[in-house]
Design a protein around this ligand. Structure first.
Ligand code: MEV
Length: 399
């Protein structure tokens, strides 16, 4: 990249009708130990205290062996939705006969992905006629290796949907008897799963409180998120503070990740918290299992200079590693939130971090900020307290 002008043009072209850039803080959460590797994690988020909470949890758990994370499965899917009002047996045998042709017809799209060890895993026809007259799906599963793979999947789907109506003549199906409604990937990725966990002996937990009381309260807090939707949504929102921040820093589609994770949170018909906590044989264990379709190649990953930097900071991970890192950050975030909620409450720490925003909104000078930060070290921070403090300070000789 040679000039600011070229860089700006690159940014403008990520989207359409671009007016300017929209800034967010690019922060770093140090001291993460994940599968015995140290990470300083790039996170993009505007909310105060999220980075502080993640870093604090990371440090606490690094002293206790860190996060253990593993990818459980990595399959993504796409669907072709179609209507066929004829005999089920006719479309089923037609599908079975041309299945290998359907896969073959995508060869020029899948060649590179195949070289990397990925591609189409399987193509299946599902009968959905009990849900809607004539409704069938062609469900296609994919391995997209290190790419998130949305464009790859959608291109394969559109090719297969074209190929699907090409051979009908021989099977005595009229072309227009098959009505393709749409072809699109699914952001529901329950088979693209990662688990992250931390554990230690109950007595080893680095806390001021009685260890057993703390653990009991912690487990109850997690249980409440499992039982109650109002709490579950907030519980999960805190997890997403971390996950979205890493997703944005690494150029991933955080809307897809949000949609997939929240759907997974209600996979059993009831929306529930995403983490689990237990004590077994005196060992406290805290874990998260979530779907995360993340990519480390493709999209804007090799275009956006800050995304490139973020990936470099993580030692250019592959997508499995990025899934493990991101799930660990989500878990750290939830640990930090619950630890505060069941002890001091969330506001004390949060408002301390937010103080600077209140001071900035009141146009405090650097000297006033310094004095206010010192003054509020042991006092409750809220808008009116800070405002009153500044009024008094400005009347005094101190500034
Ligand atoms: C705030 O952004 C997130 C929390 O509300 C999460 C939680 O309540 O677990 C603190």
């Amino acid at each position: 990249m040679n000039s600011d002008e070229e860089l700006q043009k690159l940014h403008d072209e990520f989207s359409e009708n671009t007016l300017t850039n929209f800034y967010l803080p690019f922060s770093i959460a140090p001291n993460f130990l994940i599968n015995n590797n140290r990470y300083s994690i790039p996170m993009v988020i505007e909310e105060s205290s999220v980075i502080a909470a993640a870093s604090k949890s990371a440090k606490l758990w690094a002293e206790l062996g860190g996060f253990k994370a593993k990818v459980i499965s990595k399959v993504k899917t796409g669907q072709i939705h179609l209507i066929y009002l004829g005999e089920k047996q006719v479309i089923t045998s037609y599908f079975n006969d041309i299945k290998s042709y359907l896969i073959k017809s995508t060869e020029n799209i899948t060649a590179n992905m195949k070289k990397r060890g990925g591609g189409i895993i399987d193509v299946k026809l599902s009968d959905k006629t009990s849900d809607m007259d004539g409704y069938y799906q062609i469900n296609i599963s994919f391995n997209t290796i290190d790419a998130m793979g949305a464009n790859f999947i959608n291109s394969c789907l559109e090719q297969i949907s074209k190929s699907f109506i090409e051979k009908t003549k021989k099977y005595k199906i009229e072309k227009n008897e098959i009505n393709i409604i749409m072809s699109i990937l699914s952001n529901y990725v329950p088979d693209c799963l990662v688990k992250a966990e931390v554990s230690c002996k109950v007595e080893e937990l680095n806390i001021k409180e009685n260890h057993h009381n703390f653990c009991e309260k912690f487990i109850q807090a997690v249980k409440i998120a499992e039982l109650d939707i109002s709490r579950a949504v907030t519980h999960n929102k805190g997890i997403m503070n971390g996950i979205d921040a890493v997703a944005i820093a690494t150029g991933n589609d955080f809307r897809a990740i949000e949609a997939g994770i929240h759907a997974y949170a209600s996979k059993n018909g009831k929306y529930t918290g995403l983490t689990k906590a237990k004590i077994e044989n005196g060992v406290f264990n805290f874990s998260i299992t979530i779907p995360l379709a993340l990519g480390t190649i493709g999209g804007i990953t090799n275009l956006h200079p800050l995304v490139k930097l973020a990936l470099e900071m993580l030692d250019n991970p592959n997508s499995d590693e990025l899934m493990q890192i991101t799930a660990s950050v989500g878990l750290a975030q939830n640990y930090g939130a619950l630890r505060s909620l069941i002890t001091s409450g969330i506001q004390k720490g949060h408002m301390k971090m937010h103080l600077i925003n209140i001071l900035n909104s009141l146009e405090a000078t650097e000297k006033e900020k310094k004095l206010a930060i010192e003054y509020f070290k042991n006092k409750t921070v809220n808008n009116s307290n800070v405002q009153n403090y500044l009024i008094k300070l400005r009347k005094s000789d101190e500034v």
